[in-house]
Design a protein around this ligand. Structure first.
Ligand code: FES
Length: 952
C-alpha cells in the first residue's frame, strides 16, 4: 500500500485548521485523540456521553467527543475550544449572535466565550469549554429553549443560573462599584476567567511536556484492581498473568505497600478521624475497594493488566445497613482493630463514634408541652459528582530520601494535608514532598481525602517514572465517598405560646466501610441544627456506624443538611400543632444575638461568637419575597394541582473547630506589580477572586489595581502550612491571612516611601517608582500573614418554596424558590450569589432525585451519570437570592462564609411546602415523583387512576 493510498483511506483530521500530526488508533475516541494533539481544553467528565465536558465541533456540528470514534473524524474539520474564536465565521454576525455581535478577531474570543466571560458563567470551569462549544452553535430558536438544548451539558457548580445569563448575554452586575476598583463589594471577574473560557486554564491532568520530567509522553498509567466482594480476606494475588501483558510495567499489592493504618480523610488534627485504612489491605470491606495497582505504558495496557490479575478471596459475611450493623451478632467491619490505637469508639459494635448528652430535662420538657411531635427521618447516599474525577500525577526529582523530592500534582482541596499524609505514609521527610494543584474541577468536600495520591506516589517511587492515575466516573461512584445516610428520630414539644419545651435527636449515621469523616460529620450534624433554637431541654444520642458499603465522607454541609431536614420538619409540625405560622414560630424560638448557642452540652463552644447576626433579616427577606411572589402569581394550575408554601432555616459555624491554619505571603515585584501567594486551593469556590479583592482593598491608595495582583495558590513550595479549602474557610480563614499580609505590606510601602521621600502613587500602576527605588536600594517590600481559625462566627440561611403537586402523577413544580443568606459583608456579590445558586441546585438534586443505590451484594448500581440524576439545566428553577446587611466583627473586612450553608435548608423547606400542599409529612429523601404519588394515594388525595393506565 502506498502512502497515497493510505492518505486517501485515512485523510488527516483537521484540528482547529491544522492537519493532525498523527492518525487515530483503532478504537480511540475523539476526545483522547484531541488531548494527545494538545487540545487540553477538551475535558473528560464521564466517558459515556452524559456530561458534555468534551463537546467539540465536527464540521461545525457539536458532538460529545468521548463517544465519537476518532476515525470517523478523518477528513473532517474538528474545532475545539482552543480554535473556536478563529472558527467564528468571518467574525461577523452568525447563528445566535443577534444579542451579542462577534467582537472580531482583535478580541480573540468567540461571542459565546465573550458572554461567558462577561457573565462569569462558571465556578470551577471544568464544564465551561463544553458549554461554550454547545451554545456557540445555537440559533435564535435554540436560544429560546435552553432547557431542551443544554440537556447534554452538565454543570455541578453553578445551578445553571449564571450559565443562562451567559448564554443569553444578559450579564448583570449585582454590586455598585466601590471607591477602589477591585475592592471588596465589587463583582470583580475571576482572574482565571479568560483562560477558562478559552480552554487555556490548566486542570490537574492538563500537563505539558515542560511540567513533567521527560515530557508528557513519559507518563505511565496506573489502574486499580478492585474487590468484587463486600467483605473478604485475600488469600493470594497472582500478578504473573498481568506482568505478561505487553506494556505492563509493574503490579503493586499489599506486599509492596507500607503496613501503616491511616485515614483517607484530611483534617488539621489527624486524630479527628480513625486510623482504619491501609494503602492496600489483606481484608476488603466494600465492593470496589483497592486490591492491587497495575502500571502500564498506556491506559489500555494497565486496564488489560487489571483484568489479568488473579485474586483468591475468602468471602466473609457482610452487613449493608446501619441498623443491621448495630444488631447483636452482626458481622464486624473492623473487629480486628484496637479501639485505643485506631481511635474507633467500639470496634466490637461497629461504632466509630458516639455522642450522648443532655441539657435540662427532655422528658420533663415533653411532659410540659401542649403539643409533642415524634417521627423518624431518613436521608440517602448522595455523590459529589465533581465534574473532574479524582486524579493525580506523581513523579520524583532525584531521590526523595537523599536530597531529592517526590512531587504530586493532585486534584485536592488540601495540598498541605496531603503532603503531610504522604510523608508519614511513605516514610519521607515532609519537606521532601511537594504537593501542587492545577485548577481543581470541583470538590464539594469530596477532595478532602487522599484517594489517588498515595498509590500514584508509591508507584512513582517504585518505578522512577511519572505515574498518572485518573479515576473513571464509575470508580467515582463505586469507590470514592458519598454523603452520609442518616436516620434521625426526633422528639420535640412546644407550648401554645410558641415556647419550644424539648428537642431530642436520636441519630444513626452510616459511615460505610471506613470512618473517614465519620465522627466529624456526626458531631457537626448534631450541633448547629439544634443550637440554633432556644430551648431549655435538649438531648442528643448519636452513633456513627460502620457497614460493608462504599465509604461516606465530607460533603457540603458536613452532616447538617441531614439533621436540618429532620429538625426543620419537626418545627413545622409543632407550629401546625399549636396553630402558629411556621415562620412566626421560628422567630419566637430561634437564637437571638447574645443567646448562648447550645446543642446539648451545658456550656456552649467558647470560641463560637456572634461576629454578626442576620438571621432575623433572613427570615424577613424570605417572608417578603414569598409574599411578593404570591401577589404576582398569575398561573392558573387548575384543580388537579395542590399548592403550598414551606420554609426552613439553618445556622453554620463559619470555621471548623480545633484550629484551621492559613498562611499568605505578598511582595512588591520590581515592575510595580504585586505577587500574592496563598496556601488555600481554588476549586470553584471563588477564593482566588476574594483574595485579590481583599489585597486590593488593603493596598488602596498605593497605586495597586486588582489586575496588578498576581495570585498563586495551593502549592506546598510557596507558603507555610495551610489546612486547606474545606469547612467554608477560603474566605474567612485564608482571607484573614491574606488581609493581614496585605495590610502589613501597605504599612511597609508607606514607611519606605516616607523614608525615600517618594510621593504615594496617585493612580493604578503607580507603584512602579517605589518598586524601582526599593530594587535600587536592595530593599525587599514583602509581608506575610497568618490566621488560626479562631474565634469563629456563625452564618445563617433561610429558604422558602412555593410548590404545586399534581394529584394524578405526583409531579412537583417549584413555583417560587427564594433564599436569604447572612454572609456578612459580601466581598463579591455576583460570585457569592453563584455559590448560593449552586448550593441550592445541588440540594435540590439531593432532595428530589439523587440516590446512590446499593444492591443486595453491596455493589453500587447507579455508577453512570444517566442512572444517577444530577440536575440538568431543565431541572433547576431560578432562585431569588437575597443577602442580609451585616458586617462580621471576626471575618476579613466583615465577611462570613457562604459556600456550604446554602445547601442545608433546601430539603426541609421543600418538604414543608409539600406538607402544606398535600397535608402529608414526607420523612424520607429523595422526594421522588413516585414517592409523592404513592403517599397521595395512601392518603386518599390522589386522583383516581386513569382506566387507560391500569395494568393487570
Ligand atoms: Fe460547571 Fe464547575 S463550573 S462543573
Amino acid at each position: 500500500m502506498t502512502d497515497e493510498t493510505t492518505a486517501a483511506e485515512h485523510p488527516a483530521i483537521e484540528v482547529n485548521g491544522v492537519p493532525a500530526d498523527a492518525a487515530p488508533r483503532p478504537g480511540q475516541c475523539l476526545r483522547t485523540f484531541l488531548r494527545e494533539q494538545g487540545a487540553l481544553g477538551v475535558k473528560k467528565g464521564c466517558d459515556a456521553g452524559d456530561c458534555g465536558a468534551c463537546t467539540v465541533h465536527v464540521d461545525g456540528v457539536p458532538v460529545h467527543s468521548c463517544i465519537y470514534p476518532a476515525m470517523r473524524a478523518e477528513g473532517r474539520a474538528v474545532t475545539t475550544i482552543e480554535g473556536l474564536a478563529s472558527a467564528c465565521p468571518g467574525h461577523g454576525p452568525g447563528p445566535g449572535e443577534g444579542l451579542h455581535p462577534c467582537p472580531g478577531p482583535g478580541e480573540g474570543l468567540h461571542p459565546m466565550q465573550g458572554r461567558f466571560l462577561d457573565a462569569q458563567g462558571f465556578q470551577c470551569g471544568f464544564c465551561t469549554a463544553g458549554m461554550v462549544m454547545t451554545a456557540a452553535t445555537f440559533d435564535d430558536a435554540q436560544l429560546a429553549d435552553l432547557p431542551r438544548n443544554l440537556k447534554g451539558n452538565l454543570c455541578r457548580c453553578t445551578g445553571y443560573a449564571a450559565i443562562e445569563r451567559a448564554v443569553l448575554g444578559s450579564a448583570d452586575a449585582t454590586a455598585s462599584a466601590p471607591p477602589v476598583p477591585g475592592a471588596v463589594g465589587e463583582d470583580l471577574p475571576a482572574p482565571a476567567g479568560r483562560r477558562i473560557v478559552t480552554g487555556a486554564e490548566r486542570y490537574t491532568l492538563d500537563v505539558t511536556d515542560a511540567e513533567v520530567p521527560g515530557g508528557a509522553a513519559a507518563l505511565v498509567h496506573l489502574k486499580l484492581v478492585r474487590s468484587p466482594h463486600a467483605h473478604a480476606r485475600i488469600r493470594s494475588i497472582d500478578a504473573a498473568p498481568a506482568l505478561a501483558v505487553p506494556g505492563v510495567l509493574a503490579v503493586l499489592t499489599h506486599e509492596d505497600a507500607p503496613d501503616v493504618l491511616y485515614s483517607t480523610a484530611q483534617h488539621e488534627l489527624e486524630t479527628d478521624d480513625p486510623a482504619d485504612t491501609r494503602l492496600f489491605d489483606t481484608t476488603v470491606r466494600f465492593v470496589g475497594q483497592r486490591v492491587a495497582a497495575v502500571v502500564g505504558e498506556t491506559v489500555a495496557a494497565a486496564e488489560a493488566g487489571v483484568r489479568a490479575v488473579v485474586v483468591d478471596y475468602e468471602v466473609l459475611p457482610a452487613v449493608f445497613t446501619a441498623g443491621g450493623a448495630l444488631a447483636p451478632g452482626a458481622p464486624l467491619v473492623h473487629g480486628d482493630k484496637d479501639a485505643a490505637a485506631s481511635g474507633i469508639a467500639d470496634p466490637a459494635r461497629n461504632t466509630v463514634a458516639e455522642l450522648h448528652s443532655e441539657v435540662g430535662d427532655v422528658e420533663a420538657g415533653l411532659a410540659g408541652a401542649d403539643v409533642v411531635y415524634e417521627n423518624t427521618f431518613r436521608t440517602q447516599r448522595v455523590q459529589h459528582v465533581a465534574l473532574e474525577t479524582h486524579c493525580a500525577i506523581a513523579w520524583t526529582e532525584g531521590d526523595p530520601r537523599d536530597g531529592g523530592a517526590l512531587v504530586v500534582r493532585s486534584s485536592t482541596q488540601v495540598p498541605f494535608l496531603v503532603q503531610r499524609s504522604l510523608a508519614r505514609l511513605l516514610g519521607l521527610a515532609r519537606e521532601r514532598v511537594r504537593v501542587v494543584t492545577g485548577r481543581v474541577g470541583g470538590g464539594f468536600g469530596g477532595k478532602q481525602e487522599v484517594l489517588t495520591e498515595d498509590v500514584a506516589a508509591l508507584a512513582a517511587l517504585r518505578l522512577g517514572r511519572p505515574v498518572q492515575l485518573e479515576l473513571t466516573r464509575a470508580e467515582q461512584f463505586q469507590a470514592t465517598t458519598t454523603r452520609h445516610p442518616f436516620e434521625i428520630r426526633v422528639r420535640a414539644g412546644a407550648r401554645r405560646d410558641g415556647t419550644l419545651t424539648a428537642l431530642a435527636l436520636d441519630v444513626v449515621t452510616d459511615t460505610g466501610a471506613y470512618g473517614n469523616h465519620g465522627p466529624g460529620v456526626m458531631f457537626h450534624g448534631c450541633n448547629e441544627s439544634v443550637s440554633v433554637y432556644r430551648c431549655a431541654n435538649k438531648r442528643i444520642d448519636a452513633r456513627a456506624v460502620y457497614t460493608h458499603t462504599v465509604p461516606a465522607g465530607a460533603f457540603r454541609g458536613y452532616g447538617l443538611s441531614q439533621t436540618v431536614f429532620a429538625v426543620e420538619s419537626a418545627i413545622d409540625e409543632l407550629a401546625a400543632g399549636i396553630g402558629m405560622d411556621p415562620l412566626q414560630f421560628r422567630r419566637r424560638t430561634m437564637v437571638r444575638r447574645g443567646d448562648p448557642m447550645i446543642a446539648s452540652h451545658a456550656e456552649p463552644e467558647e470560641d463560637v461568637l456572634y461576629g454578626s447576626y442576620g438571621l432575623d433579616q433572613c427570615v424577613d427577606l424570605v417572608t417578603k419575597a414569598l409574599r411578593r411572589g404570591r401577589a404576582r402569581e398569575t398561573r392558573e394550575l387548575g384543580p388537579d394541582w395542590l399548592v403550598g408554601e414551606g420554609t426552613a432555616l439553618s445556622m453554620i459555624d463559619t470555621v471548623p473547630p480545633r484550629g484551621h491554619h492559613a498562611h499568605s505571603r505578598i511582595a512588591v515585584l520590581a515592575d510595580g506589580r504585586v505577587a500574592l501567594d496563598v496556601g488555600t486551593a481554588e476549586f470553584g469556590n471563588g477564593t482566588s477572586t476574594v483574595h485579590v479583592q481583599l489585597a486590593a482593598t488593603a493596598l488602596a491608595g498605593l497605586g495597586v489595581a486588582a489586575a496588578d495582583i498576581i495570585l498563586r495558590n495551593a502549592d506546598t513550595a510557596l507558603t507555610d502550612h495551610d489546612t486547606g479549602a474545606f469547612g467554608s474557610t477560603g474566605t474567612v480563614v485564608a482571607g484573614k491571612a491574606t488581609l493581614a499580609a496585605a495590610e502589613e505590606l501597605a504599612r511597609r510601602i508607606r514607611a519606605f516611601a516616607a523614608e525615600a521621600r517618594l510621593p504615594l502613587p496617585a493612580h493604578d500602576g503607580g507603584l512602579v517608582a517605589i518598586a524601582a527605588e526599593a530594587t535600587r536600594r536592595g530593599v525587599v517590600l514583602e509581608a506575610e500573614g497568618r490566621w488560626g481559625g479562631t474565634p469563629r462566627s456563625v452564618a445563617f440561611n433561610v429558604h422558602g418554596f412555593r410548590v404545586a403537586v399534581h394529584r394524578g402523577t405526583g409531579e412537583l413544580q417549584i413555583l417560587q424558590s427564594v433564599q436569604a443568606a447572612d454572609a456578612g459583608v459580601v466581598v463579591n456579590p455576583r460570585q457569592c450569589r453563584g455559590q448560593v445558586e449552586g448550593g441550592i441546585a445541588q440540594a435540590l438534586g439531593a432532595a428530589l432525585w439523587e440516590n446512590v443505590r446499593i444492591d443486595g451484594t453491596g455493589r453500587v448500581t447507579t455508577d453512570i451519570l444517566r442512572q444517577y440524576h444530577v440536575p440538568t439545566f431543565a431541572d433547576v428553577p431560578r432562585s431569588e437570592v437575597y443577602f442580609a446587611q451585616t458586617a462580621d466583627a471576626l471575618g476579613p473586612l466583615g465577611a462570613k462564609s457562604m459556600s456550604e450553608s446554602p445547601f442545608n435548608p433546601v430539603a426541609p423547606a421543600l418538604a414543608n411546602a409539600l406538607r402544606a400542599a398535600t397535608g402529608i409529612r414526607f420523612t424520607e429523601l429523595p422526594l421522588t415523583r413516585d414517592r409523592i404519588y404513592l403517599a397521595l394515594r395512601e392518603a386518599g388525595r390522589a386522583l383516581p387512576a386513569r382506566p387507560d393506565r391500569v395494568t393487570a
